[in-house]
Design a protein around this ligand. Structure first.
Ligand code: GLC
Length: 401
């Protein structure tokens, strides 16, 4: 597969752009402590004390096939899981770091997950933290000890090589935690050349401090320029790693509206789940995944394969486009008549995507009116997308200033 790094039309990126929606998983020994993935650092756990937690961690209810099923049922087309977070504890076997789950409980958790993904045909990505609170050379290198830093680079490349070698097809490498050095300091170009050699076609994010394939706005939506791929990563509550005290869950409707908004701007959504220490998904996440899945069953056509379109947000919500179709995502109900500004392409037909029911419409210059919607939101809140068949490619009138 041809890879043109930094080119949004590159063949290797097209599956990822089509996918639109993935699952992020933050899981590790910290999940056992139930206060988020930064617990070691924020509470200043001495390394030896935190090590005891890590070494005792034994996720008895980890069922990777269940994870994969829940991701796929929610309509997610890829999964990115923390193989090592900032605490430095590896969820995979390593010759370079014996602080790992094979040494402690004899299980390569990432191998188990990889097997489940490959079996079910779900694209797999590994999150990898460059930051490492366990390795002394990380801290020393960060404080200017060049010999320590050189050793740390070797260690890093060793681990990344293992991730790219031992788990079959890897679709995504999702770096994080590189803030201490720039791309040069991380030898990012050299490292990523190695990665692409081992995994041709892989998609790499921008967090090794080299731009690579895509940008990664975190917890917010900000579209990159049209020639640049991007993905918002976001939590369902306010935490990445499992936090038992975080009860600020977003509603399913809010999450779906977020997905539509991101897709309308050409981005992907990587939606996080923080499994508990035992490996089970929190029930709050399970229910949201199920509800999103029900919506996706009816509306996937308005999500997958869409590309950034020319239409800005409307009073009703957001518009996604695919070929000569536009999809109006009604995330805020506007009543019996819905008006869209800017629609230049002649509209051939309008219908409710979930039911196929035809809708009346009238195109008066730069205003499109869709009529005959119920005065209030549909009794079935899942029926929220109007499909427009356009004559030709989606085209918009110039925006008002
Ligand atoms: C933040 C968190 C980090 C998490 C990341 C995901 O940077 O500090 O723990 O992994 O977000 O993007």
């Amino acid at each position: 597969m041809e890879t043109r790094v930094g080119d949004i039309t590159s063949p290797h990126l097209q599956w990822w752009l089509d996918a639109k929606f993935g699952m992020f998983i933050h899981w590790g020994a910290y999940s056992e402590l139930a206060r988020g993935e930064w617990v070691m650092n924020r509470e200043r756990w001495p390394i030896e004390e935190y090590e005891q937690v890590a070494r005792a961690w034994d996720p008895e209810r980890f069922e990777p096939r269940e994870w994969v099923r829940m991701a796929q049922d929610a309509g997610m087309r890829y999964l990115v899981c923390t193989s090592k977070h900032h605490d430095g504890f590896c969820l995979f076997d390593s010759e370079h770091n014996d602080y790992n789950t094979v040494a402690t409980i004899g299980r390569d958790l990432m191998a188990e997950l990889a097997e489940a993904c490959h079996e079910a045909g779900l694209k797999l990505g590994f999150y990898y933290s460059l930051k490492d609170w366990h390795h002394p050379d990380y801290e020393a290198g960060g404080r200017g000890d060049e010999t320590a830093h050189a050793r740390f680079i070797e260690y890093t490349q060793g681990l990344v090589r293992e991730l790219c070698t031992n788990y079959g097809d890897l679709a995504i490498l999702w770096y994080d935690g590189g803030g201490l050095h720039d791309g040069e300091g991380w030898h990012a170009d050299e490292m990523n050349a190695m990665v692409r050699e081992l995994q041709p076609g892989i998609v790499i994010n921008n967090r090794s401090r080299a731009p690579e394939d895509h940008d990664t706005p975190e917890q917010h939506i900000s579209a990159s320029p049209p020639d640049r791929a991007w993905e918002t990563c976001m939590t369902m509550n306010g935490s990445w790693g499992w936090h038992a005290g975080d009860s600020q869950w977003k509603s399913t409707g809010e999450l779906i509206a977020t997905l539509a908004r991101i897709n309308s701007l050409g981005g992907n959504l990587l939606l996080n789940v923080g499994p508990k220490g035992d490996g089970s998904f929190p029930p709050e996440s399970v229910i949201r995944l199920q509800e999103i899945g029900e919506w996706m069953d009816l509306h996937g056509e308005a999500i997958y394969g869409t590309r950034r379109g020319p239409f800005e947000w409307g009073c009703f919500g957001y518009t996604t486009v695919r070929h000569s179709f536009a999809y109006l995502h009604i995330t805020k109900w506007v009543g019996e008549e819905l008006c869209v500004g800017m629609m230049k392409s002649p509209v051939r037909s309008a219908s409710l995507l979930a039911t196929g029911e035809a809708l009346d419409f009238e195109q008066r210059e730069d205003r499109l009116f869709i009529r005959g919607l119920p005065p209030r939101a549909y009794a079935d809140p899942l029926a929220t997308v109007v499909k427009l068949e356009l004559d030709g490619e989606p085209e918009a009138y110039p925006r008002w200033l």
